[in-house]
Design a protein around this ligand. Structure first.
Ligand code: 1GP
Length: 265
């Protein structure tokens, strides 16, 4: 059963929010507390990945800690009919930069092609390396076309991406069409983690008009205005990474994410 695919590709829910946790940036315990805060704020998924020098053991420990914490809250909420938040099943999905950053504990993995990379490694090399592990561990792969737009950040540099400029709507349209024709289930527009500015909403709108795939948007989204702009342009998922990792205090993080999610149309 394609449980994670069905969940991620459900376009009837309106725009949803997910956080991105980089295991290299915090201990598994801190990651679990941040995931809990996000769940209480109304996030719908936890992505784990993102670092260029990820340690597999750390990825695994982080996923196990997040899943345990979410399950506990989910169980507690199921015992209390008045409880709100955290009661839903929130998948923990790998968002790997390569074949080294995988864990059998994940609910799924975005199995992606960096479509505008100039390096064979990110077009098909890492995927071929990682496929046997994904198969053996029984992690559900969700195929995804991944496109890096300016400014692109570290992901753009490491991935050797031929970046999409903010006005290059025709290029985005063609990539979105190609992603659908290749059979991908998802299409991700990335500005790069910590980007000074997010993906131009015109690019999101063009992608929305050019394919039927759920569109994920991330990079440089730091407040409810940016979240709303992406959502109104047609994003199905909004991903925030950096902002999630800026707060050590869980209740403060929950408040910040609640405000950001409130902007989503
Ligand atoms: C990175 O798009 C995500 O893949 C998140 O970016 O860290 O800027 O929120 P930020």
């Amino acid at each position: 059963m394609d449980i994670v695919s069905e969940y991620m590709c459900d376009r009837t829910t309106g725009t949803r929010h997910a956080i991105l946790i980089d295991p290299a940036d915090q201990t598994p315990e801190v990651a679990a507390n941040r995931a809990l805060a996000a769940a209480h704020a109304g996030s719908s998924m936890i992505l784990v990945g993102g670092s260029s020098d990820t340690d597999t053991e750390n990825v695994h420990a982080t996923i196990v800690a997040i899943k345990e914490a979410l399950e506990l809250v989910s169980w507690a909420a199921s015992q209390d009919s008045d409880a709100v938040g955290g009661a839903r099943e929130i998948p923990v999905v790998l968002f790997p930069q390569g074949a080294a950053a995988l864990s059998p504990a994940a609910d799924g993995v975005t199995f992606m092609m960096l479509m505008n990379s100039l390096d064979q490694r990110f077009l098909i090399g890492e995927q071929v390396k990682g496929a046997p592990f994904v198969k053996k561990a029984g992690i559900e792969p969700v195929s995804m076309g991944y496109l890096i737009c300016e400014p692109g950040g570290k992901a753009g540099q490491v991935g050797k991406a031929d970046l999409i400029g903010p006005l290059q709507t025709e290029r985005v349209a063609a990539y979105a069409m190609a992603a659908q024709f290749l059979g991908f289930r998802l299409f991700y527009l990335e500005a790069g983690s910590g980007a000074e500015y997010p993906v131009n909403p015109d690019l999101i709108k063009t992608a929305r008009e050019s394919c039927d795939l759920p569109i994920i948007v991330g990079g440089g989204i730091r407040d409810s205005h940016a979240a709303r702009a992406a959502s109104e342009a047609g994003a199905d998922w909004i991903i925030t990474g950096n902002i999630t990792e800026e707060y050590d205090d869980a209740s403060k993080l929950q408040a910040v994410l609640t405000d950001l999610i409130s902007g989503i149309a």
